[in-house]
Design a protein around this ligand. Structure first.
Ligand code: MG
Length: 399
């Protein structure tokens, strides 16, 4: 049997982040399967220069001109690569003519426009940037349908669901069960949350990830964003999505069917599994991941999420149910609140307050177009800043 597979030409939006680095590790393991055509990063010039030397893309883009100039100085003369910057540069990376698949792995709302451009250019998408679907899920899924573009999930939970439903009839699906580790504060008493420090929140028990998503995991906002992501990706009502706390993170998510049967996808908690599956679907690559040692793990535990202890999850479910511009507002307020926490301008326990207050002040547009969504995003950022400034002025200082 002929086992040769066509070479896939890749573009990676967010190549210096946690997902991007993992993608490139897999690419390096299978040089006869993948060619890197274009890379986009925000500001990590040093790492991008290293990636250019190793993978020889034809085009790269950075956040602004000063980073682009820094990169030019770092590269040896014999390397020819086109260096762009800004929104146009990111769009060029996302739509490069030789690219088959775009890995969308920028952090936060920055991923939306380049991902949309990639879809409109007919590129297959490996989607890690959940904010794209949170902000503009309806528009993104409509455009994907219009341009006949497949979106393959990179988020481990959605990859799990995707694997569990393949070969099943959609009408047989009763429920999606998204698992959550519960983060570092699962069993910490609520009355000690006011003393949570940045280092405590960055100390995730199971997963190695970037800073923003690690804080989102500690507040359970990450799971909330994943609920919204799942709703769009699998075209299912939020009432059919349930979050189950599973501290061992061995079950990456499950799907329940109308006969009561449940299919789960399991593996060790390492992003490489979901990433490689998205890159090579429907094939599986021999990436040398160990099979979980079940006897050593001993037991798999489950519990319900505590929405009073983790109000961010409740905010996310609300915004998902109401829809319109509200999920974009939730997302923007969360980005600002998390950054303020990381900058020591806001206490951990105040993150959900900032998000809830921002959502309460918002005039929801039920059927937004892309510019309404961008406007709601900008409005929410200013509103969240203002709320944080008020908290600071009121003397409720962060820890
Ligand atoms: Mg996830």
């Amino acid at each position: 049997m002929d086992r040769t597979c066509p070479i896939k030409h890749l573009s990676i939006l967010g190549s210096t982040g946690s997902i991007g680095k993992n993608v490139l590790q897999i690419v390096a393991m299978f040089p006869d399967r993948f060619i890197v055509e274009a890379l986009a990063a925000k500001s990590d010039v040093e790492l991008l220069a290293k990636q250019i030397r190793q993978f020889r893309p034809k085009l790269v883009s950075l956040f602004d001109e000063s980073y682009a100039n820094q990169l030019k100085k770092r590269l040896p003369k014999d390397i020819s690569v086109q260096i762009l910057f800004g929104e146009e540069g990111y769009q060029a990376v996302a739509t490069h003519s030789r690219v088959d698949m775009v890995v969308s792995s920028m952090v936060g709302s920055a991923g939306l426009l380049p991902t949309l451009a990639a879809i409109q250019a007919g590129k297959e998408i490996a989607l890690a940037n959940k904010e794209t679907l949170v902000m503009a899920g309806e528009i993104i899924m409509q455009e994907a349908k219009k341009y006949n573009v497949r979106i393959l999930p990179v988020d481990s939970e959605h990859s799990a669901v995707f694997q569990c439903i393949s070969g099943q009839r959609k009408s047989d699906v009763a429920k999606i069960l998204l698992t959550a580790s519960g983060g570092p504060f699962l069993h910490r008493p609520r009355n000690t949350f006011d003393s949570i420090q940045i280092k405590d929140a960055l100390n995730h028990p199971n997963w190695e990830m970037g800073k923003k998503i690690t804080i989102d995991s500690a507040t359970l906002m990450n799971k909330g964003l994943e609920v919204i992501e799942a709703k769009h990706l699998f075209d299912i009502s939020e009432q059919q999505i349930e979050v189950v706390i599973h501290p061992q993170s061995i079950i990456h998510s499950m799907v329940a069917f109308q006969d009561g049967s449940v299919i789960a996808q399991l593996g060790i908690p390492d992003m490489k599994g979901a990433i490689s599956y998205a890159l090579s679907w429907p094939e599986r690559l021999p990436i040398n991941q160990p099979v979980p040692d079940f006897a050593a793990i001993g037991r798999l535990d489950f519990e319900r999420p505590d929405l009073e202890k983790f109000p961010c999850l409740a905010h996310a479910f609300n915004s998902c149910r109401i829809g319109g511009t509200l999920p974009a507002v939730l997302n923007a307020a969360n980005e600002i609140a998390v950054q303020a926490f990381l900058d020591q301008k806001l206490a951990f326990i105040q993150i959900p307050d900032v998000i809830g207050q921002t959502m309460n002040c918002h005039q929801i547009d039920k059927q937004p177009n892309l510019s309404d969504i961008k406007e709601a995003d900008q409005w929410a950022r200013h509103q969240a800043y203002e709320i944080i400034t008020n908290i600071q002025n009121s003397g409720e200082n962060p820890v």
